[in-house]
Design a protein around this ligand. Sequence first.
Ligand code: ADP
Ligand code: MG
Length: 226
Amino acid sequence: MIHTRNIQKFYQRGEHVRYALQNINIDINEGEFVVVRGPSASGKTTLLGLLGLVDAPSGGEIYFKGTEVAHISDSERDKIRREHIAFVFENFHLIEDLTISENIELPLQYLPFKHKQKRKIVDDLMERFRLTHLKRQFPCRLGDLTQQKVALARACSNSPDIIFADEPCGRLSSGECEEFMELFRQINEEGTAIVMATHSEDNSRHGQRIIQMFDGHVVSHSTEGR
Ligand code: ADP
Ligand code: MG
């Protein structure tokens, strides 16, 4: 589904150039659960931003479902992202002055759904994640695990082909993380690919495959984990 060829990303500040990623060649297949593991500043977040079409690489090529997406316009990239891709973040990134149900509906606003269809998608997701009783609450009233479940429901609303999760358990206790990863596992079993960045050895076991990063390089691919 996603292929990269020699992608690199650097940031320039005056004379100083910092490479966040170098020579990245990876393939993400439909329906896979891949863990991107590495210490802080190894390039995990940068890689997810490139694979998830949030940002363009400084060099190299990225193919998404056969289309080269590294050199297309921002608006073309946005369109593909809205239709096929979703994100979950460490800090949830919920909109504080929208209710739970409005947050979950957000990704649907640019997609050609009728009002009634949107309501049904949101209602079904709230039921699935046991959030229905909270639909009119605001995020700040909820615990961390519940906020992350809302973020996951929002990520599912556009029926993405792939969900990128950047340290999704960073704010959760180990028990909460297990519960959250069980939801991820179910979503993955239904066919949605997941790419999860983590620095945690323990969390990596949820993936079918591990891409190990260090200082902006992929240092190994493996099939350990579940
Ligand atoms: P990780 O998610 O593994 O902690 P990041 O992808 O956030 O790593 O960062 C990789 C490297 O790129 C780090 O050295 C970081 O400082 C640098 N970096 C990331 N984003 C920027 C930016 N917007 N400007 C300058 N340097 C950046
Ligand atoms: Mg990061």
